[in-house]
Design a protein around this ligand. Structure first.
Ligand code: PTJ
Length: 248
């Protein structure tokens, strides 16, 4: 595959583009996932391709919620597995939260391929054979496992569609969403919304998961207001665009 020159100003963006294209060829990512990635890139670009202070706060609150949960689960789709396979395995271990493959464009073959990819990166167990359904959801994402998402109290999702977030909330689960679009239905519906690229959000979350005490988790959640934080995230977007306009 193409060698991305390390001195290129948008090195990381190009590197992850290569990675996701490769994973699409291997059948881990669907072609629609490449479109979704491009949309994410556009939002990331307009936020300066960095973790904003608001995003970092949301990442910390998310880890607090996951650590205090009785049964937290990390939901994995094709894009997430392709971009940060090693990191989601590390986060799963740090949080003691199982990984469950949950796909919008589901095929048994791809679900297994994603599970195998995660195992190759150190996962001991990956839930990928559904034996339950989320009520009131018609997409393939309704298919879940009893030991995983069906019995979870907190679910971490990334690059998600609004429908499942809504359905998960309706059946009483808390949802943490990582989504670069602060205006998406998922972003607005989630209990905690992380407006950041998963390539930065997940490593930040691993660090918090390793560092935070129970006391700090409680304090962090008490101080966190998601709608306020979401608005703050959206303001960074506005300010960055404003700054760029002034430079024109
Ligand atoms: O693997 P599957 O079958 O489950 O399919 C996954 C995709 C991504 C194709 C599916 O979930 C989908 O179509 O997603 P959407 O509706 O396009 O939503 C993706 C959202 O994630 C958009 O709001 C993007 O801006 C955002 N996004 C894209 N890339 C990233 C991202 N958010 C965080 N980090 C990214 N790298």
């Amino acid at each position: 595959s193409l060698i991305v020159p390390p001195d290129h100003p948008r090195y990381y963006s190009l590197l992850y583009r290569e990675r996701i294209v490769e994973k699409a060829k291997e059948g881990v990512v669907v072609l629609q996932g490449l479109i979704a990635h491009g949309r994410g890139e556009a939002f990331d670009y307009m936020m300066g391709e960095r973790t904003t202070p608001a995003a970092l706060k949301a990442e910390k609150a998310a880890v607090a919620l996951l650590k205090l949960a009785k049964h937290p689960v990390i939901s994995v789709n094709g894009n997430l597995a392709a971009l940060v396979p090693r990191e989601i395995v590390m986060l799963s271990k740090a949080l003691n939260a199982p990984l469950e493959v949950n796909l919008f464009y589901r095929s048994e073959e791809r679900a297994k391929r994603i599970a195998d990819l995660l195992k190759a990166h150190g996962a001991e167990e990956v839930l990928w054979k559904p034996d339950a359904e989320i009520e009131g959801l018609s997409s393939e994402r309704r298919k879940v496992t009893r030991r995983g998402i069906a019995s979870a109290d907190v679910v971490l999702v990334a690059l998600e569609d609004g429908d499942r977030t809504e359905a998960l909330k309706r059946v009483g689960k808390k949802v943490i969403a990582i989504d670069l679009n602060p205006f998406s239905r998922t972003a607005r519906m989630a209990d905690i919304t992380i407006v950041d690229n998963v390539i930065r959000a997940i490593p930040n979350m691993i660090k918090f998961a390793e560092e935070m005490s129970e006391e700090e988790c409680k304090r962090t959640l008490e101080d966190f207001d998601n709608s306020l934080n979401l608005r703050e995230s959206a303001k960074y977007l506005k300010e960055w665009v404003q700054r760029m306009i002034e430079e024109l």
